[in-house]
Design a protein around this ligand. Structure first.
Ligand code: HEC
Ligand code: HEC
Ligand code: HEC
Ligand code: HEC
Length: 436
């Protein structure tokens, strides 16, 4: 598969409703639909007559070697063990936690940390991010879904989580790869030594690595989902999650400083001898030397809007700039700016469902490359998001191999966030632009 982004990424009122419904408040940190039923544990899925086959099988709808792939290649299987490593011990010590493997704030994202009444007899927290963390508690479908006549619809009716739907998939991934109002990789966690989080739905789906095969039979059972729609859904939903979190106490609990992890990490963390001030930043109406809220997904959405609804781009740019300015003022301003953006986003969900021709996808990629070649991608996180997008779209178009040299040059320009140079990135992108 060549050089996938993960390789470099690694180097560097509800409460009331919950009470009324009798749902434990703890369960709210988890995506709705995931912890409705008991999690029976990976051991319930892993036997050799179930998903634990050594090699993919051809006589059933699914390959049945999913457990092997997960156990041998998927980082999620290691997520709990990561908490036992020296790196995690150091993070825990810095946060004055007695033990990362027992700390709720770590387990919420590094394991399937459902409440105790949602754990079946074979459930083990040490399994890390097991099957049911994404596929939902199997209490009601564990038996039935293995029957030959079981349809996907039957499984969903019994509580299987619809991971095949781009929006639902994005939501479950984002719960850990961006966060929720209850589980979030705060700047304190980062400052203690946690790696920066980044996410792009299409690339992370490919990178996971896939334990499912999308073929004609899959499309028939679950519906056909084009890579472009997956990518667009990821951009829209990541933006929505971020803007929604900005409206919670996770962003601002009334201290002198807001939660710094919502701001662009590199607006504070970069060497002082390279001046990065440019016209795009000045255009936002801020002074040099200000801390900016994260805008990487909004910038990608600007490129998307520019491609398919150009008349609306100016409005989105203005709303984005208003958010950046609000990020200098106070919580109320941020709240209002986030709300205005969420309102703008509402009708754009149609972009996630729209049918794209291959000419559309090529046009999108060209525009994204053009954004990369300008100072619109002057922040590291924006450059990274654009490079991930260019590769995802190349997979979708089906010409990723012939674009490898151009993509490698761009990956090289975002390889190291400390030495990242916006000017070098723009030059690399200008050179790569003709390839797209
Ligand atoms: C319960 C939390 C959780 C959920 C849900 C989750 N992840 Fe993860 N993911 C993690 C953690 C934690 C790691 C890092 C594990 C480690 O290395 O210890 C990770 C790692 C990854 C990696 C490897 C990243 C790298 O740098 O190599 C990919 C790719 C990934 N996840 C994709 C996904 C996708 C796609 C989804 C949704 C279908 C998803 N994840 C859902 C928590 C989660
Ligand atoms: C909001 C979810 C979240 C929380 C909270 C969280 N993590 Fe993570 N952690 C992740 C994800 C996602 C990754 C993988 C990042 C990637 O590669 O994209 C990760 C990666 C890591 C890594 C690097 C693993 C590797 O493969 O290189 C360590 C170490 C780690 N986490 C430890 C901890 C500890 C200790 C805590 C508790 C103090 C914690 N994490 C809390 C989501 C979280
Ligand atoms: C990090 C999230 C995540 C984890 C953990 C996970 N899966 Fe999946 N799984 C997915 C996604 C995403 C898909 C693709 C969408 C779909 O078909 O639902 C999928 C698809 C599948 C499929 C459907 C294949 C098909 O052709 O219909 C099976 C079977 C499956 N997973 C089994 C497992 C098993 C068994 C485990 C545990 C050993 C597991 N999964 C762990 C996210 C996950
Ligand atoms: C408003 C400025 C600001 C923003 C934005 C910011 N940080 Fe920080 N960060 C700091 C300060 C100040 C420290 C403390 C440095 C020290 O103790 O010397 C720090 C410390 C750290 C450290 C520990 C470094 C050390 O020297 O101990 C890490 C890692 C880190 N931040 C990561 C991040 C990540 C990841 C993000 C984005 C999600 C981020 N920071 C956003 C200001 C910021």
């Amino acid at each position: 598969m060549g050089w996938r982004p993960g390789a470099f990424l690694r180097t560097h009122a509800l409460w009331m409703a919950a009470a009324l419904l009798g749902v434990s408040v703890r369960a709210l940190a988890i995506e709705p639909g995931i912890a409705d039923y008991k999690h029976m544990g990976v051991a319930s899925c892993a036997t050799s007559v179930c998903h634990g086959k050594l090699a993919p099988q051809s006589d059933r709808d699914v390959a049945l070697n999913e457990y092997r792939i997960w156990q041998q290649e998927d980082r999620h299987a290691q997520a709990f063990r990561t908490l036992e490593l020296a790196e995690s011990k150091r993070i825990a010590t810095n946060l004055r936690l007695p033990n990362a493997t027992a700390a709720k704030i770590c387990l919420d994202c590094h394991a399937d940390n459902v409440p105790s009444d949602k754990r079946g007899p074979k459930f083990q927290i040490s399994d890390g991010i097991g099957c049911e963390a994404c596929h939902g508690g199997s209490e009601k479908w564990l038996e039935s879904h293995a029957e030959e006549k079981a349809t996907h619809k039957d499984n969903l009716a019994r509580g299987m989580y619809p991971t095949e739907q781009p929006l639902k998939r994005a939501q479950v991934c984002l719960g850990c790869h961006l966060g929720t109002k209850d589980q979030f990789a705060t700047h304190a966690i980062m400052g203690a030594g946690h790696p920066r989080l980044s996410f792009e739905l299409e690339a992370y789906t490919t990178n996971q690595p896939a334990h499912f095969i999308v073929d004609a039979d899959y499309d028939e059972r679950k519906g056909k989902i084009a890579g472009m729609n997956l990518w667009v859904t990821g951009q829209l939903e990541t933006t929505r999650r971020y803007l929604s979190l900005l409206q919670t106490n996770m962003f601002h609990a009334g201290n002198m400083f807001p939660e710094l992890a919502f701001y662009d990490c590199h607006s504070c963390h970069h060497p002082m001898d390279k001046i990065r001030w440019n016209s795009a930043r000045a255009g936002a109406g801020i002074k040099p030397g200000t801390v900016r809220l994260q805008t990487q997904n909004l910038i990608v959405l600007q490129a998307l809007t520019d491609t398919f609804e150009p008349a609306a781009t100016a409005q989105l740019v203005e709303l984005t700039n208003a958010l950046i300015r609000a990020g200098q003022r106070d919580r109320t301003s941020v709240n209002e700016a986030a709300k205005a953006l969420l309102n703008w986003l509402g009708p754009r969900d149609a972009l996630a469902r729209r049918q794209y021709s291959s000419a559309d996808v090529i046009k999108m990629r060209k525009n994204l490359a053009r954004y990369a070649a300008t100072d619109k991608a002057g922040d590291y996180a924006a450059a990274e998001q654009i490079v991930l997008g260019l590769e995802s779209l190349s997979y979708t178009i089906g010409d990723r191999n012939s674009k490898k040299a151009a993509l490698d040059a761009l990956y090289n320009a975002v390889k190291n966030d400390t030495t990242f140079s916006p000017q070098q990135f723009a030059t690399a992108a200008a050179n790569a632009q003709k390839s797209f």
